[in-house]
Design a protein around this ligand. Structure first.
Ligand SMILES: C[C@H]1O[C@@H](n2cnc3c(O)ncnc32)[C@H](O)[C@@H]1O
Ligand SMILES: [Zn+2]
Length: 431
């Protein structure tokens, strides 16, 4: 049980003036009571957190990551997507092993938690090793295996077998630990055959899990799919039934036609906007104001550490809140509340979570900020600071009712050991 006393509750991004000092009770993994500051009767045995000069917000949810890629930080800068992937990243990924993946995941979880992220939606390889790391950290995640067959029949068969094993592992892990959730992850229309995409869809539907896929990241890939099928990527996948009756998290969606926009809306697809990765790889800028105008669900992601190069979602929040104003030459588009909702409650909906807001009955996935932080002063307009000025350094993080970061220190890992293992893993990868 955790009782948080006298804390500024950032639970209303639309009406920040209504955010007020409150007491909060957490029992097991849930927020069970929220009341005016001073009104909470503290149950015996509760861990008490004094919230004076502190604020509490819903933990951030990163809807597009490749978490073990923290080990790739800085290895292939300043390249366009296809060159970056084909000539640099994939050759290195051929050298991955369980230890590198474990080390990268531990480092990624630490970075995310220390910058206020409580959950992430991932696509990668060596899923068992990721599960092992995430379980030890006590972080919430939705994991998918990145399916790629490059239209090769033999590869397709082996990918389908791997996918079956991974889903089994994930379901077993979920039964043991509710923080681990499964998804299916066909990598992209340009790396998956129609058969593999349909197979992934059928599995997602059968197992009632989301699909995680890269869509319309660059003009080049769209041209490729158009030449092959006569259709744009969203049109092609829609014709295959890939978006039917499942939750789809489509990463990037940078270049989308009007007809594709209609598919996004009709099929209730969740966009994972990754502004910093799109800028760094020179892919373009997604039409977020148009998505918002059309009531398309937008969430936020960082992408992996070879294209961002960090996992600090507050940086993506600021990028999202500013870039589109510049592109449109209109400072009224993408408002603070809209972008903060993308990183919290919209993401929660996309992944079928019970978090992203601070309400009684919701999961206790919460972040406490020390208001004695230069980027949060003056201590007025804190909700605005979250979008425009905060450096992302958080004080305490609670995931599923458990304190995983306390006064800036991880409680679930030996930080020095994680740094050491990550350095070792990097050398094994590049040498
Ligand atoms: C899972 C695979 O996805 C690769 N990847 C990482 N970032 C991107 C991106 O922005 N677009 C396409 N593919 C990406 C990763 O290296 C794995 O191979
Ligand atoms: Zn990606």
């Amino acid at each position: 049980m955790i009782a948080i006393k006298n804390i500024l509750l950032l639970n209303n991004f639309e009406e920040p003036q209504k955010c007020k000092k409150s007491d909060i009770l957490i029992e097991n993994n849930l927020i069970t009571k929220i009341c005016n500051a001073g009104d909470l009767k503290i149950p015996e045995g509760a861990t008490i957190i004094d919230g004076t000069k502190k604020a509490i917000m819903p933990g951030l949810i990163n809807t597009h990551t490749h978490i073990p890629m923290t080990i790739f930080r800085g290895v292939a800068d300043d390249l366009p997507l296809m060159d970056w992937l084909g000539n640099h990243i994939w050759p290195l990924e051929a050298k991955l092993d369980e230890e590198i993946i474990h080390a990268g995941t531990m480092l990624g979880c630490m970075e995310m938690i220390k910058t206020g992220t409580v959950a992430f939606n991932d696509m990668y390889f060596f899923t068992d090793s990721i599960i092992k790391a995430v379980e030890s950290v006590n972080m919430r995640c939705t994991l998918s295996y990145g399916l790629i067959d490059l239209c090769d029949e033999e590869k397709r068969e082996s990918e389908m077998n791997s996918q079956k094993d991974v889903l089994n592992s994930l379901e077993k892990a979920h039964n043991k630990n509710e923080l681990i959730n499964a998804a299916v992850g066909p990598h992209a229309p340009y790396t998956c055959s129609a058969e593999l995409l349909q197979h992934a869809h059928d599995l997602a539907k059968e197992h009632n899990v989301p699909m995680n896929i890269h869509m319309n990241e660059t003009e080049d890939e769209i041209k490729q799919i158009k030449e092959k099928t006569g259709l744009r990527p969203f049109e092609f996948l829609n014709s295959l039934g890939v978006f039917d009756d499942i939750n789809v998290v489509a990463a990037h969606c940078v270049h989308v036609s009007e007809n594709e926009m209609k598919i996004l809306k009709d099929k209730n697809i969740y966009v994972s906007h990754n502004p910093l990765s799109n800028l760094k790889l020179g892919s373009g800028i997604a039409p977020i104001p148009t998505y918002l105008k059309n009531n398309i669900n937008v969430t936020l992601g960082t992408d992996g550490c070879a294209s961002n190069n960090n996992l600090n979602l507050f940086e993506s929040i600021k990028a999202c809140a500013t870039i589109h104003k510049g592109v449109q030459q209109d400072s009224t588009v993408v408002k603070v509340s809209e972008v903060l909702n993308m990183a919290t409650k919209n993401a929660s909906k996309a992944l079928n979570y019970n978090s992203g807001e601070i309400k009684e009955g919701m999961w206790a996935d919460l972040v406490i900020l020390d208001l004695k932080n230069p980027t949060l002063i003056p201590n007025k307009n804190i909700v605005s600071h979250l979008a425009y000025s905060f450096n992302g350094v958080v004080e305490t993080v609670i995931i599923n009712g458990k304190i995983v970061l306390e006064d800036g220190k991880m409680t679930t890992m030996d930080e020095d050991k994680v740094y050491e293992k990550a350095e070792e893993a990097y050398l094994n990868l590049v040498n």
